[in-house]
Design a protein around this ligand. Structure first.
Ligand SMILES: [Zn+2]
Length: 113
């Protein structure tokens, strides 16, 4: 389950941020996850519960913000939303898409003490 190692990466970011900004506890973590990031949201929630134990995020709540997949369609010459990588363009059915967004996995915001 690679979500576990992703969560370890997130926790690393939280600890670095805490050191830089001088807070000791985190109440809420808002995590942005793109539809094309290849992340199982349920596995992510589960992993977070496991990994936060005994850390500064011990009692923190995880809020996941899901970002849509986005791609540039060459035939349409515009940006379209896609559900998964290798989806066809929802407007013209073309597969000539270049992914431009939706691969994010980042901490957007924290509520801290
Ligand atoms: Zn198109």
């Amino acid at each position: 389950m690679h979500e576990l190692s992703l969560c370890e990466g997130v926790l690393q970011v939280l600890e670095d941020t805490a050191r830089n900004q001088g807070f000791k506890r985190i109440n809420i973590v808002w995590l942005e996850i793109g539809a094309l990031a290849g992340v199982e949201l349920e596995a992510m929630r589960f992993s977070f519960e496991v990994i936060k134990k005994g850390t500064l995020a011990d009692s923190a709540r995880l809020e996941i913000i899901r970002l849509p997949g986005q791609a540039w369609c060459l035939p349409c010459a515009k940006s379209v939303e896609i559900e998964q990588r290798f989806d066809a363009c929802p407007h013209c059915g073309s597969y000539q898409l270049q992914v431009t967004g939706g691969e994010e996995l980042r901490v957007k915001e924290l509520e801290v003490e």
